[in-house]
Design a protein around this ligand. Structure first.
Ligand SMILES: [Zn+2]
Length: 168
């Protein structure tokens, strides 16, 4: 079933799978691609303007962790590890929440959500994730914060430049 998707910058597109549309390069995420290889695509969804938030998506269209091929498995973990290193080294991010739901309407992707001080107001652990994201979407989309989010995207892109994952 094609769905109508309105992008953060107001563009509207009809897609079968938003992840396929993004990872194939049909649409460019606002702020641009952070990193891509033949298997994976890294970007930020600026609809949730949290600096350093990263979405790591597979390029192949599948949904579940146990569908990762062997070479994808090695690349997946080394890419998460590398992104996490850069979040810490370049953006000072001390903690990250990881979220991956297999019943997504997009295909296989991992959210890496930095944990900032203000988020603890919404509680801890998994129950705080949705309120935090909604708060960011509704209350943090001002120009200054958006600038800092885009800056974060550029910094992470620099950090991942030339990265080749260990595919053993
Ligand atoms: Zn897809």
């Amino acid at each position: 079933m094609p769905r109508h998707v309105t992008l953060a910058d107001g563009r509207s597109v009809e897609v079968e799978c938003l992840s396929c549309t993004l990872t194939s390069g049909l649409i460019t995420p606002t702020g641009g691609v952070i990193y891509e290889s033949s298997n994976f695509h890294v970007h930020q969804d600026v609809a949730y303007p949290i600096k350093g938030l990263v979405i790591l998506a597979a390029k192949r269209h599948f949904y579940c962790m146990d569908e990762l091929k062997e070479e994808e498995r090695f690349e997946y973990i080394s890419l998460i590890h590398k992104i996490r290193q850069e979040q810490r080294a370049r953006l000072g991010i001390e903690k990250v929440y990881y979220f991956n739901n297999e019943d997504t309407t997009h295909h296989f992707h991992l959210w890496m959500v930095p944990r900032y001080e203000w988020m603890y107001h919404f509680g801890n652990s998994v129950e705080s994730l949705r309120p935090v994201l909604l708060h960011a979407r509704s209350n943090m989309n001002d120009e200054d914060n958006m600038k800092s989010v885009i800056e974060g995207i550029n910094i992470l892109r620099d950090g991942l430049k030339g990265f080749v994952s260990n595919t053993r």
